[in-house]
Design a protein around this ligand. Structure first.
Ligand code: DC
Length: 653
C-alpha cells in the first residue's frame, strides 16, 4: 500500500493560490459544449474529475483544444454530434448526473434509431444512486436502460421523443439531480416552458445557485420560486460568453483556511473571496464561529488562530456546505469540547459513506465519535495519537486528515494519490505552508560520543532528546532479565512493543527501577547490537521513536535516525571517530568510574560491534549522502556541539 507520512507540524502560515473550482469547471465544460460558439475557459481545474468531463464531451463529438494555458471548447449548439458512445465517468457524481440529462435531450432529436450512449464508472460509482434523476427524465419520455442494478449506473440511453411541461425530482438525496435537469432544461423547453418541481427539502442549495449563476453566464435565465419550483421559459439557447475564468475551488480552500486557524496562521487563499459564487466559502464563517480570525478580500480569504484562547466547540447545521464540513470534523479535534455536525446525511452517498469513514478515522486519532444517521459528534482527546489513516478512495478524507498533524501526531495517509480527483498537488501545497516540528538527526557508531553531544545540543536548542540506542539497550536488558534468547525475534518484538520504560532527565527507568547504569554494561551493549538486527524489534520501536518529535523540536541519535525514522529531518549529522579514539574515551570513562578496563578488549569489542552494525541487512550503519560528516577524533565535546549548533541555524525561523 502506498502512503505518505506527514510529520507533526509546528505551525502553518503562507499564501496558497487555489486550483480551479471543480464544481464550476465541470459545469462550464458542459455548458460550453452545449452552447453556440466557442468558449475559451481559463484556470480550468486539471484533475481526474475534470478529465472525465473533458473526455465525455470529446466522445460526444465536441471539439476541445488547448489555447495557451486555457482551453477552447467549440460548442455544438445544443445537440451532441456523436450519439454512439461509451463514456467512463470514473467516480465523478457531478459528471454523470449532468451528462445524462444533456445526452437524453440530444438523443430525442436523433434520426438514428440505433443510437445509444452507455455510461459506466468505477465500482463505487455503481453504488451511487441516480434513480431519482432518471425518474425525472422518464417523466419527459426518456429511454433509460439499467445495465447493472436498477437505480444505479451503469446505464444506457436510447433515442426517445421528449415532451412534458412539468416534471418533478427529489431534492433530498443529491442536489446534482436538480442541477442536471436544470442544465438540460433549455434544450427541451424550445417551444414550451418547462417547470421543474422539487419534492421534499432541497439539500446543498448553494450548489444549485452555482448552476443557475453559470447558466445565466451562458444566456439562460431560470425563474426560481423559493427552492421548490423552477420555471425555464421557452426559447432560450446557451450562447458562449466568449471567455470565462474559473474561480478557485472553495472546498479546497477549506483545508488551508483551517490550517491557518489550527496552526497559528495567517494562511491566505487566493482565488475565492467576497465575490465568490461558491457556497463553500461559508466554511470561513464556521471557522469564525470557532473563534478563528477571518478576513475577506474580493478574491482572497485569510484565516488565523483566535486572538486569545483556543478554538471553541461548535454545534452547526452544515447542510449548505457538505464538502467543506468534512474539514470541520477534523477541526473539531482542536476544540475545547464536543462539537456536533448536523444535517450531513448526503455524506452517506458520496465517494464513500463519509459519515462512517470520518467516524472510523477520527477515532484512530483518539477522538470519541458518536455517529448518527445524519450527524456526527466529535469529542477531542486530551492529546492526539499518531495514526494510519485509510482514505476509501475519497480525496476529501485524504486532504482533511493532513490537518491533524497541526495537533502534534504523525499522520500516515494511505493511498494519497486519491487526491488526484480534485487536487493532484495537494500534499506539496500543504507542505508549502506547514512547518514540521524540526529534527536534528545524529547517526554514528557506538561510543562516538553521540549521547553526550546530542543531549547538550538539545539543551542549547530547547529541544526534546532521544537516545535511540538506549531503547535497544532496554530491550536487551528486559530480554536478558526474562531469560529470553537474544535471537528470539517474536518474544523480543513483544517486549519492544510494550517496553515499560521512561526517561527522567538523565535517568533511564525500566519498570520503575533506575537502569541508567545497567544498560551501559558491556553485556547490554553486546545484547543491544544483537537485538537491533531483528526487523520485528526495529518495527516495534519505529512509532515509539517518532513520538518523541514534539514541542519545539527534537535531537535524536542512533543509527537509522536520518535514514529511516526521520528521513525528512532538516539537519542530519553523521558523527564518528576513529575506533582508537572511541576505545580510549571508553577506557577513560571506565577507569574514572573505578572499573577495570583493558584497551585491547575494548578495541576488539568496538570493532566487532561496528562490524555487526554496518553489515546487518536491516538499517546498517552507514553515512547517508545527505548527512554532514563530523569526525570528532581530534575534537572536544564542545567543538562537536558548536559544529551541530552551526548546522541547526537553518531551523531558526
Ligand atoms: O548507540 P548505542 O551504542 O547506545 O546503541 C546500542 C546498540 O543499538 C548498537 O549496537 C546499535 C543499536 N542501535 C541501532 O541499531 N539503531 C539505533 N537507532 C540506535 C542503536
Amino acid at each position: 500500500m502506498e502512503f505518505i507520512d506527514l510529520p507533526p507540524m509546528r505551525k502553518a502560515a503562507g499564501t496558497v493560490r487555489l486550483p480551479g473550482s471543480k464544481s464550476i469547471s465541470n459545469r462550464v465544460l458542459l455548458l460550453a459544449a452545449l452552447a453556440e460558439g466557442d468558449t475559451v475557459i481559463e484556470a480550468l481545474l486539471e484533475s481526474d474529475d475534470t478529465r472525465v468531463m473533458k473526455q465525455a464531451i470529446l466522445a460526444l463529438g465536441v471539439e476541445v483544444a488547448a489555447e495557451g494555458e486555457a482551453l477552447r471548447v467549440s460548442g455544438c449548439g445544443g445537440r451532441f454530434p456523436k450519439l454512439d458512445a461509451d463514456i467512463f465517468v470514473g467516480n465523478s457524481g457531478l459528471s454523470i448526473r449532468t451528462l445524462v440529462p444533456a445526452i437524453v435531450t440530444s438523443l430525442s432529436d436523433s434520426d438514428n434509431p440505433l443510437a445509444a450512449v452507455r455510461l459506466a464508472g468505477v465500482p463505487r460509482m455503481h453504488e451511487r444512486p441516480i434513480g431519482d434523476l432518471v425518474d425525472g427524465l422518464k417523466q419527459l419520455g426518456a429511454s433509460v436502460e439499467w445495465l447493472g442494478k436498477e437505480g444505479y449506473p451503469p446505464l444506457a440511453l436510447k433515442p426517445a421523443l421528449l415532451g412534458a411541461e412539468r416534471i418533478s425530482v427529489r431534492g433530498n438525496v443529491s442536489s446534482q439531480f436538480l442541477t442536471g435537469l436544470l442544465q438540460a432544461a433549455p434544450l427541451v423547453a424550445r417551444n414550451k416552458p418547462l417547470v421543474i418541481e422539487v419534492e421534499g427539502e432541497l439539500i446543498s442549495r448553494p450548489y444549485v445557485e452555482i448552476t443557475l449563476n453559470l447558466m445565466e453566464r451562458f444566456g439562460v435565465i431560470v425563474q426560481r420560486e423559493g427552492w421548490s419550483r423552477f420555471v425555464v421559459p421557452a426559447g432560450q439557447r446557451y450562447v458562449s460568453p466568449g471567455r470565462i475564468a474559473v474561480e478557485g475551488d472553495a472546498s479546497t480552500a477549506s483545508y488551508f483556511l483551517a490550517a491557518g486557524a489550527l496552526g497559528g496562521g495567517p494562511v491566505r487563499v487566493v482565488g475565492v473571496g467576497r465575490r465568490s459564487i461558491q457556497g463553500d466559502v461559508k466554511f470561513a464563517d464556521a471557522l469564525e464561529a470557532m473563534g478563528a480570525q477571518v478576513t475577506w478580500g474580493d478574491d482572497w480569504i485569510e484565516a488565523r488562530a483566535p486572538a486569545s484562547g483556543g478554538l471553541k466547540a461548535f454545534d452547526l447545521d452544515l447542510n449548505h456546505i457538505p464538502d467543506a464540513a468534512m474539514t470541520l470534523a477534523v477541526a473539531a479535534l482542536f476544540a475545547d469540547g464536543p462539537s456536533t455536525l448536523r444535517n450531513i446525511g448526503s455524506w452517506r452517498v458520496k465517494e464513500t459513506d463519509r459519515i462512517a469513514a470520518m467516524a472510523t478515522e477520527l477515532r484512530k486519532l483518539g477522538a470519541t465519535v458518536d455517529e448518527y444517521p445524519e450527524s456526527l459528534t466529535v469529542t477531542p482527546p486530551p492529546r492526539l495519537d499518531s495514526a494510519v489513516i485509510d482514505t476509501y478512495e475519497d480525496h476529501r478524507v485524504a486532504m482533511c486528515f493532513s490537518l491533524a498533524t497541526l495537533g502534534g501526531p504523525y499522520v500516515r495517509i494511505n493511498d494519497p494519490k486519491c487526491v488526484d480527483k480534485t487536487f493532484p498537488e495537494y500534499f506539496a501545497t500543504f507542505a508549502g505552508i506547514a512547518t514540521p516540528v524540526p529534527v536534528v538527526a545524529i547517526d554514528g557508531p557506538s561510543a562516538s560520543g553521540k549521547g553526550t553531544v546530542g543531549s547538550r545540543v538539545a539543551a542549547v536548542l530547547g529541544f526534546e532528546h532521544l537516545d535511540s540506542g538506549s531503547l535497544y539497550r532496554l530491550v536487551a536488558l528486559a530480554g536478558l532479565r526474562k531469560g529470553i534468547a537474544l535471537d528470539d525475534e517474536a518474544a523480543l518484538a513483544e517486549i519492544a512493543g510494550a517496553l515499560p520504560a521512561r526517561f527522567e532527565g538523565e535517568c533511564v527507568m525500566l519498570d520503575d527501577a533506575d537502569v541508567t547504569e545497567a544498560i551501559r554494561s558491556e553485556a547490554c551493549s553486546v545484547g543491544a547490537s544483537k537485538v537491533a538486527v531483528l526487523p520485528a524489534v526495529r518495527d516495534a520501536l519505529f512509532w515509539r521513536q517518532r513520538a518523541y518529535r514534539q514541542g519545539r523540536g527534537l535531537v535524536a541519535e542512533g543509527r537509522d535516525i536520518g535514514s529511516v525514522i526521520f528521513p525528512d529531518a532538516p539537519v542530519k549529522i553523521f558523527l564518528t571517530a576513529s575506533v582508537e579514539a572511541r576505545a580510549e574515551r571508553r577506557y577513560k570513562q571506565l577507569i574514572d568510574k573505578g572499573m577495570a578496563a583493558n584497551m585491547d578488549d575494548l578495541l576488539k569489542d568496538l570493532r566487532e560491534r561496528d562490524d555487526r552494525d554496518s553489515r546487518r541487512a536491516v538499517a546498517p550503519l552507514k553515512r547517508s549522502e545527505d548527512a554532514a560528516l563530523l569526525d570528532t577524533s581530534e575534537m572536544t565535546i564542545q567543538q562537536a556541539v558548536d559544529f551541530i549548533i552551526g548546522k541547526a541555524a537553518v531551523l531558526r525561523n
